[in-house]
Design a protein around this ligand. Structure first.
Ligand code: ADP
Ligand code: MG
Length: 688
């Protein structure tokens, strides 16, 4: 017959295909079995019933029980989207969580990420308007959606996940949602949280019911250090090897560190020691996870650990509740977290490494008890746990600069900020400072109403200060015509953390090519981007100049989005008109500097007898130094230039002292009065 006439290769191919299909079928089966094994599965029908019955439901459950991945799928399966007429949104405080969970759920639903299931984070939207029914997005992105869709009409259900994190955006979202619920009777709101705070959410939503999903949890042995550790990073590395050499396999290790730098340092020292020990120890697989880790490397933490190996996950507090990694038996916890802190009276914002709350370290310990009995090694003392740690973390709204949120709320028509519903109300000083800041930027008029410029600043997917810079670059008489350059610099400033290939000497080398030509970090960023662009965005240019290619690709994408936004707002057209009549004696660099002064008048330091001091504060400045990574630092060190009298900085970081990062010298004092006359008085000192 016909079949037997087929050549051998053909039937071999068919066999291969059949095997592949079998494997795929098996994979899907495993996924479905895994889904059914999650604690939340047993409560599927009662959960759905409770959601149908109540407009607002608080869902509380052990981390890893399936709230984030399963609940939204149940809603889809139960037809809440009405055949795709409506969407389901699930917010996450962290970008990594949004992207990683979306990928997992797309896999579970056997669909392509970005079609039915997608994610949306700042500068990266992987959704399709016509087909996406389930969207994971950062809480900040959903907040922005209120500007275009004030009643969130395209959504049938909104899940505010990880609400216990109490990020600023989550808190404000809850307030806005509370306002629209009476007008959107059909909208379902689910607030998902770890145990802490659940009652507070219920109270806030007029005694909304709390649905408890009991998790499985094995006992976790807690060990403390006898004395405080001076260097917790070293102590953590030592503990890893102690566990690895004395404890049986399998059993992976999860270490909580505070950020990328620490994680990279730990990874390096682990690799060095493992290299020295060589075959004397079983292989270690080191898997880092933090917010800026490129997406393609994130999945490593979820890959099953091969037999006879041990996986060490080095994580920020992303692994505290947002992501669950299977197979963890040991947790190492130095007990620290990086937290933003803002002092309204000085207007200074800092990222500080501070001790975690008790709720956090308990949560971290719990991660060791998911597969079986586990152990948690705390690198602090028992005394410290009971006497020094706060009970709960402090909500972000009480320790951050509120300017952006206040501006957003005002653009949404919230005029009485004191009356706006919030779980925790910020103090009057913090609110006044925010109003003062946005007034200085020209976003409010003297009556306190939002201006056209203020609305424009909200439209930009970045801090209002940057929006002001771009507006000035296109329209101000003393600046206009430099919009292209300003957009590039603003885009670069979003990605400076991973711009240059690491290692100190490399950084110096890289810059040496450009350093002679530039007088500021801003110009360094501009030159770097433009050189790359002129080389046709080439990868080899990046390798030669020790610049991260992937980072520049992201910058290019951010740049495109900012440019489109400028175009929509009419700024591109205004800029082009200006460029035609621009006086060529006005150097572009000067115009760029002036544009940045307009956006960051409060971020300027003045050179005094004992170095630089900030100018923003009423009660006198704070001593600040140029960060060693700045081009300015290097030219000052080499005595190439007289230190500039005024320096604009993008950020302050506190380590051994207060450092200014990303510095832009201001060559002439009168520019301050020219650009922000209402802020800098003509006498040269700052107005009160
Ligand atoms: P919860 O939100 O209640 O903390 P999740 O829905 O995030 O729980 O996780 C449920 C389960 O799905 C966990 O056991 C977790 O290990 C698993 N899981 C989540 N993401 C992935 C992934 N990318 N790869 C493999 N397993 C995953
Ligand atoms: Mg979750």
């Amino acid at each position: 017959d016909e079949d037997s006439a087929l050549p051998d290769t053909q039937s071999g191919y068919d066999e291969k295909l059949a095997k592949e299909l079998d494997r795929e079928h098996e994979r899907l089966q495993t996924i479905q079995d895994t889904r059914k094994s999650l604690p939340v599965y047993k409560f599927r029908s009662s959960l759905i019933e409770a959601i149908r019955e109540h407009q607002v439901l608080i869902v509380v459950g052990e981390t890893g029980s399936g709230k984030t991945t399963q609940l939204p799928q149940y809603l889809v399966e139960e037809g809440f989207t009405q055949d795709g007429k409506f969407q389901i949104a699930c917010t996450q405080p962290r970008r990594v969580a949004a992207t990683s969970v979306a990928a997992r759920v797309a896999d579970e639903m056997n669909v392509i990420l970005g079609r039915e299931v997608g994610y949306s984070i700042r500068f990266d939207d992987k959704t399709t308007p016509d087909t996406t029914i389930l969207k994971y997005l950062t809480d900040g992105m959903l907040l922005r959606e209120f500007m275009t869709d004030p009643e969130l009409n395209k959504y049938a259900c909104i899940i505010i996940d990880e609400a216990h994190e109490r990020t600023l955006s989550t808190d404000v979202l809850l307030g806005l949602l509370k306002d629209i619920l009476p007008h959107r009777k059909d909208l379902k709101l689910i607030i998902s949280s770890a145990t802490m705070n659940a009652a507070k959410f219920a109270d806030f939503f007029y005694n909304a019911p709390i649905f408890n999903v009991p998790g499985r949890r094995f006992p976790v042995d807690i060990h403390y250090t006898l004395q405080p550790e001076a260097n917790y990073l070293n102590a953590a590395v030592t503990t890893i090897f102690q566990i690895h050499t004395t404890q049986p396999l399998p059993g992976d290790i999860l270490v909580f560190l505070t950020g990328q730098e620490e994680i990279e340092a730990a990874q390096q020292s682990l690799e060095e020691i493992a290299h020295v020990l060589g075959s004397k120890i079983k292989p270690l697989i080191i898997a880092p996870i933090y917010a800026n880790l490129p997406q393609d490397q994130q999945s490593k933490i979820f890959e099953p650990t091969p037999k006879n190996c041990r996986k060490v996950v080095l994580a920020t507090n992303i692994a505290e509740t947002s992501l669950t990694i299977n197979g963890i038996k040991y947790v190492i916890d130095p007990g620290f977290v990086k937290e933003n802190s803002y002092v309204p009276s000085t207007g200074m914002s800092q990222l500080l490494t501070v001790p975690c709350s008790r709720a956090s370290v308990d949560q971290r310990a719990g991660r060791a008890g998911r597969v079986g009995p586990g152990k948690c090694f705390r690198i602090f003392t028992k005394w410290s746990y009971f006497h020094e740690l706060e009970l709960l973390p402090k909500p972000e709204i009480l320790r951050t600069n509120l300017s952006q949120v206040v501006l957003l709320l005002m653009s949404l028509g919230v005029t009485d900020l004191l009356d706006f519903p919030l779980l925790d109300k910020p103090g009057i000083p913090a609110l006044s400072k925010a109003l003062e800041n946005i007034y200085t930027l020209g976003a409010l008029n003297s009556k306190g109403a939002i201006t056209r410029l203020g609305r424009m600043m909200c439209e930009f997917p970045c801090e209002p200060e940057f929006g002001k810079v771009l507006h000035t670059a296109a329209t101000h008489d003393a600046c206009k015509g430099c919009l292209e350059e300003a957009v590039t610099i603003v885009a670069m400033l979003h990605e400076t953390a991973s711009l240059f290939v690491h290692s100190k000497s490399d950084r110096d080398q890289n810059k040496s090519g450009i350093i002679g030509k530039v007088s500021s970090d801003h110009m360094l960023y501009l030159e770097t981007y433009n050189s790359w662009r002129d080389m046709n965005y080439s990868r080899s240019w990046c390798i030669d100049h020790k610049v991260q290619y992937k980072t520049l690709l992201r910058v290019r994408n951010i740049r495109d989005q900012l440019w489109r936004c400028c175009d929509t707002l009419g700024l591109v057209a205004l800029n082009e008109q200006a460029a035609k009549v621009i006086n060529s004696s006005d150097r572009i660099e000067h115009r760029i500097i002036k544009s940045f002064i307009s956006g960051f008048p409060t971020n300027i330091a003045k050179l005094g007898t004992s170095g630089y001091q900030t100018m923003g504060a009423r009660q006198g400045g704070v001593n600040v130094s140029v960060h060693p990574t700045s081009t300015i630092f290097q030219s000052l060190r080499k005595d190439m230039a007289k230190p500039p009298k005024y320096l604009l900085y993008q950020r302050l970081v506190l380590t051994s002292k207060e450092f200014m990062r990303d510095c832009l010298p201001i060559p002439r004092e009168d520019w301050l009065h020219e650009i922000v006359p209402h802020y800098f008085s003509s006498a040269g000192s700052q107005k009160n």
